[in-house]
Design a protein around this ligand. Structure first.
Ligand SMILES: Cc1cc2nc3c(=O)[nH]c(=O)nc-3n(C[C@H](O)[C@H](O)[C@H](O)COP(=O)(O)OP(=O)(O)OC[C@H]3O[C@@H](n4cnc5c(N)ncnc54)[C@H](O)[C@@H]3O)c2cc1C
Length: 970
């Protein structure tokens, strides 16, 4: 059992061991020294630790955790302790692992816009250090002068500019993590497999300790306009927020402060000349290229005035802009002037519901005789109601908590979440059941058990835990035991009110060694069962006879890799998630393997399936459930095709900015399950950035949800990231919620042809300096296939700008100028360019192309990799008609060809290219290949040091290995 009573009585030998690892000066154990560490930025919770340890390196951290594991002592990672949910507290007298002394910037790579830093680095120090390169680190929580990158990762911290640029999860590409047994793993997008980095971000220190991170840096925008609009009515201000978004604008920041905050700020050192008689002010910041930004600012001003702004003032210069943001960021500090005690809430609501929710927050406060102040990220709908009170005056803390809870319930009823950026921690675990069911939380605990089988890592946080062993009930799943270890936590004061309605979720049992091994399905047993009429009839009863077919009756029978299975495999098409759940339950009971499918265009992705008894397709789940343009959010069932979805969104001037390979057939579920982006990932990000919620059916038939309906949400673990790109090996996705983007007012593309070296150099300059939506280099054969006018042996460069008309026209002219500096380049501009990009993204889907692979690496490594490709292109024996395109800004290559008759040649060529990619720090994945080739080369390559962890995740979700067996793990 973790966090045992023996923790309370450690002898001096225990501390001596710790000192031997990190040095005498790096262990605190005296009660006086420990006082600072008994709480974080939320003083309502206090838990004095047993000791505080300051490791100086990843290796020391690993040694410390190995020692604690041997002693069975729990621990809590800690950065700067600015967290506002009690996350960094070592409950039950555990050990605090303080990262503050690991604060080095290890490497800056300005060309690839990356930095490698230690986790204890203070956020603001990073932007300061890289500013000489014209770069900055985007996530900018108001606490950025003190909070650490590790703390930001753990909380998926947001900031003022995350409306346009996303939260921490969108800016971290790798993390070195020490797990609770002391093992060190590298998580990140350089290796294939599950997105463990995605689910680690926001895990609030319960999965392990991040000791290093590779972060994305972004170019400092060349032009910025900051507007201050003041309103005499809070409702008007909140309506103006939605109006700006609905008008197709996406400001970099959109913040609101109400009258109480304005007054407090104006009396403080942060005074910025805010109008103290205004009921609310909005701070709106637009950024981007200089050309056109004033037009955008005028448009925003007009909308603000139309919606009741009394005046709109533009920051005259950088100095005034800084003052305005200092006022906003200093608001939390300034509220000390309103009352001696403050309870900070953090909740998110759909942006369109802001007016009514804000009204309710004020009503609840006044009903409880409390003062309320509001300062928040309005563009994201991320509210921070501050309940002001004075304990000395006899204000009842219970009263305050009651008001806090009512406010939270209002936000949840409006379709929101219980936390947008401060995390759940210790403070809000009792609220989690307001938005997640027991099954949802139990699924989260499975991931936690995979990362931390011992339960020693930051116990007691996020998920409501049992009040005592007597209340613990086993979770009735394979892989989880009846006698689960529980944490007999004394619940902190104020915690746990919400637990009474929800069953506390025990920590899943650590997997015995043999259970970390992926099982092989028992073919003989399965073959008998699927042919039984009884089972078939049961499926027919669930979905209707007409919605069950034998594979040989369907188009899929021609799919080469399932052809051998066609006699036996059945295709089942449920009409609802409930039916899918039932089918999965029966399949599980009967020991059948299940292949989740959408439109079934890519069932042979990854390694060959061991068996395919049942294809469970979402093709009848075709409803678009909700689309609220003012929220820039839409929800659809997983069987809706991407092209139908885009058509629907376009009618409201919006889109989902992803362009995976798709010839109008790909379903949303399939697109997300494969997680593939295309050329536009450069300008907008990969599909993982846009999935904010999903519903799933797990291998045991449980229907769960992950994420929610709001654009910012850190409640619970980000399972959406885990399931995105999991290729149907962890569950069936039945419904998806996406955040969207406004359709650009204008797009313009240029095709240039010329020699590879000079085109690449020009393309790199354009991608680094000019904010394009996409920049792709095409091999001459691919250019020829797409009908582009490239001369023989010449390559093509295709790039696109998207945005407001003036900006796009200017950017295109600038890019053309760069290209024309070399007389060997021939350029043509395209206004109506959608067809061009569509053809590029569907190039790999031609039925004759049976060999498709992709590689990723740092963009500066592309020239070396493409040199190798060029050699391969001319090698007619190994790669007949090889064509490729490469994203110059994001280091993505997709190669397409026809497999040669002698498949050994193809295997050798693939191995050679994979080796090259790996030597350059990247990876290569075989997307599509004839079975003879796939039988000889692993589709994924090396999963890296996280391989074992991925297997543990797979085993937690699919202990019998019935979901797409063999596809990812042999
Ligand atoms: C005045 C003020 C303003 C704030 N404004 C914002 C804001 O605008 N946006 C926002 O998102 N948050 C904000 N916060 C909350 C807080 O600053 C952030 O959550 C921040 O990311 C915490 O960083 P930290 O280094 O202080 O982490 P800590 O408070 O030390 O820890 C927070 C959590 O992260 C875990 N943790 C810390 N380091 C690591 C690590 N290396 N590996 C694994 N787990 C780790 C801890 O166990 C804990 O669960 C604000 C807080 C204050 C006090």
């Amino acid at each position: 059992m973790a966090a045992s009573a023996s923790q309370l009585e450690m002898d001096e030998g225990f501390f001596e061991e710790l000192r031997a690892i990190v040095g005498d000066e790096n262990v605190l154990s005296e009660p006086g020294e420990l006082l600072v560490y008994e709480c974080d930025g939320l003083p309502q919770h206090k838990h004095p630790p047993l000791a505080v340890v300051f490791p100086n390196s990843t290796e020391e951290t690993s040694e410390v955790l190995e020692f604690l594991a041997a002693e069975n002592v729990s621990f809590a990672p800690r950065g700067a302790g600015t967290g506002l949910s009690g996350g960094a507290l070592a409950i039950n007298r555990g050990v605090v692992i303080e990262l503050a002394r690991m604060r080095k910037i290890l490497r800056v790579d300005p060309e690839n816009r990356l930095a490698v830093v230690q986790a204890g680095l203070v956020n603001a120090h990073l932007s300061r250090a890289v500013s000489p390169y014209g770069l900055y680190y985007v996530p900018d929580p108001s606490s950025q002068p003190s909070c650490t990158i590790g703390g930001n990762i753990a909380e998926n911290a947001g900031g003022i500019h995350c409306l346009k640029y996303g939260t921490t999860t969108d800016h971290i590409v790798g993390a070195r993590v020490v797990l609770s047994d002391g093992s060190i793993v590298d998580l990140g997008n350089a290796t294939p497999g599950y997105d463990l980095l995605g689910v680690f971000v926001g895990s609030e220190g319960t999965f392990g300790i991040a000791t290093e991170a590779t972060v994305k840096l972004s170019p400092i925008p060349p032009a910025v306009r900051t507007l201050l609009a003041d309103f005499l009515d809070v409702d008007d201000a909140s309506r103006a927020v939605s109006a700006i978004i609905a008008a197709g604008m996406l400001p970099a920041a959109l913040e609101m402060m109400d009258n109480a905050i304005i007054r407090a700020v104006e009396q403080s050192v942060f005074t910025a000349g805010l109008p103290i008689d205004a009921q609310a002010v909005l701070l709106v910041e637009l950024d981007g290229a200089e050309a056109g930004i004033d037009n955008d600012a005028q448009k925003a001003e007009a909308i603000l005035l139309d919606h009741g702004a009394r005046a709109v003032r533009r920051a005259a210069d950088e100095n005034e802009r800084k003052k305005l943001w200092a006022a906003r960021k200093g608001a939390f500090g300034a509220v000390g002037r309103l009352s001696p005690d403050i309870m900070i809430q953090d909740a998110v609501v759909p942006r369109s519901r802001l007016p009514e929710v804000l009204r309710e927050t004020y009503r609840i406060a006044s009903q409880n005789n409390l003062q309320l102040a509001n300062v928040f990220h309005a563009g994201d709908g991320n509210l921070h109601p501050l309940i002001c009170f004075d304990l000395r005056r006899g204000d009842d803390l219970e009263h305050v908590r009651q008001a806090g809870r009512e406010i939270m319930e209002v936000c949840v009823r409006a379709g929101g979440s219980i936390t947008g950026e401060h995390g759940v921690g210790l403070d809000k675990s009792s609220y989690l059941p307001l938005i997640f069911s027991e099954d949802d939380m139990e699924a989260m605990m499975r991931v936690r058990a995979a990362f931390d089988p011992s339960g020693l890592c930051n116990p007691g946080k996020i998920i409501p835990l049992p009040r005592g062993c007597g209340e613990a009930r086993a979770v009735a799943t394979q892989g989880l035991s009846e006698s689960l270890p529980v944490f007999p936590l004394p619940l902190a004061e104020g915690q746990g009110e919400g637990v009474s309605r929800a069953r506390a979720i025990p920590h899943p049992r650590p997997l015995p060694k043999e259970e970390g091994v992926i099982k092989t399905a028992n073919s003989a047993r399965l073959a008998e069962r699927i042919s039984e009429a009884r089972v078939i009839n049961e499926f027919k009863r669930i979905v209707g006879a007409q919605n069950l077919n034998r594979l040989w009756e369907t188009e899929l029978a021609t799919n080469s890799q399932l052809a051998s299975e066609k006699e036996r495999t059945v295709v089942v098409a449920p009409a609802t998630a409930g039916e899918a759940s039932e089918v999965m339950r029966v399949a599980g009971r009967e020991g059948l393997t299940v292949i989740p499918a959408g439109s079934s265009t890519w069932l042979d992705a990854g390694n060959p399936l061991n068996r395919a008894d049942l294809i469970l397709t979402t093709r009848r789940l075709t409803k678009i459930i909700r689309h609220e343009p003012a929220d820039l959010v839409a929800t659809a069932e997983a069987g809706v095709t991407l092209s139908e979805f885009q058509k629907h969104l376009a009618a409201a001037g919006q889109w989902l900015p992803i362009d995976p390979p798709d010839d109008d057939k790909a379903s949303l579920g399939g697109v997300v399950a494969t997680g593939l982006g295309g050329p536009h990932s450069l300008g907008y990000g990969a599909p993982r950035s846009f999935v904010i919620g999903m519903r799933l059916v797990l291998a045991d038939g449980r229907a769960i949800k992950a994420g929610g309906n709001v654009v910012k949400n850190v409640a619970g673990y980000d399972l959406c990231k885990l399931f995105t790109g999991s290729y149907g090996t962890l569950g069936l996705i039945t419904e998806l919620t996406f955040k969207l983007r406004p359709l650009p007012a204008e797009t313009r593309s240029v095709i240039a042809s010329g020699p590879r070296g000079s085109l690449m150099a020009a393309g790199r300059r354009i991608s680094v300096q000019m904010f394009p939506a996409a920049v792709e280099m095409l091999s001459s054969r691919l250019a020829e296939q797409l009908g582009m006018e490239a001369r023989r042996e010449e390559y093509a460069l295709l790039f696109r700008f998207a945005g407001s008309s003036r900006t796009v026209v200017t950017q295109t002219a600038q890019a053309l100028k760069v290209l024309r500096e070399d007389r060997n380049h021939h350029c043509a501009t395209h206004g109506e360019d959608a067809k061009l990009w569509r053809e590029l993204s569907t190039a790999s889907l031609q039925s004759a192309d049976d060999l498709v692979w992709r590689a990723t690496m740092r963009p500066t490594e592309l020239p070396a990799f493409l040199d190798e490709m060029a050699a391969l292109e001319t090698d007619e024996v190994s790669q007949a008609r090889l064509r490729w395109h490469a994203g110059l800004g994001d280091g993505r290559v997709r190669a397409i060809g026809r497999a040669p008759v002698y498949h050994r040649e193809a295997v050798r060529a693939l191995e050679r290219m994979r080796q090259r990619a790996e030597n350059l720090g990247g990876s290569l994945i075989v997307e599509k290949a004839p079975l003879e080739i796939k039988n000889e080369i692993d589709a994924w390559g090396d999963f890296g040091s996280a391989s074992e962890l991925m297997r543990r995740v797979k085993t937690q979700f699919d202990p019998e290995n019935i979901l797409s067996p063999g596809r990812m793990f042999a």
